[in-house]
Design a binder for this molecule. Structure first.
Ligand SMILES: [Zn+2]
Length: 113
């Protein structure tokens, strides 16, 4: 399962970070996930508790901020939201589109105790 391996890598990263800081446990993990990152937040929420079992992140609250996908047209400069990385400009039909947000996937912060 795709999200399970992502959950495991998040747990690995935050567990290692918490150990470096000498924490007893992690109470909260904040993630930022763009709509085009190819990650289902709901599946990730489902997988996280199992992935965290036996680590410092066991029982941690998972907070996910979803970032809308926005693209800008290279021809006319129009900005618009997209659901796929490939799109055409709704204003001028140009295919010179750059995605400016929505591909993020970062661990924003962890709260340790
Ligand atoms: Zn355009």
């Amino acid at each position: 399962m795709h999200e399970m391996s992502i959950a495991l890598s998040i747990v690995d990263a935050v567990d290692a970070q918490a150990r470096v800081e000498g924490a007893g446990r992690i109470s909260r993990v904040e993630l930022v996930i763009g709509r085009l990152a190819g990650i289902e937040p709901e599946s990730l929420r489902f997988c996280f508790p199992a992935a965290a079992t036996g680590t410092l992140a066991e029982g941690a609250e998972l907070d996910i901020e979803e970032i809308a996908a926005v693209a800008v047209c290279g021809a006319c400069g129009f900005r618009f939201s997209v659901t796929f990385p490939v799109a055409e400009c709704p204003e001028c039909r140009s295919l010179r589109i750059s995605v400016v947000s929505g591909e993020e996937f970062v661990i924003r912060s962890i709260t340790i105790e």
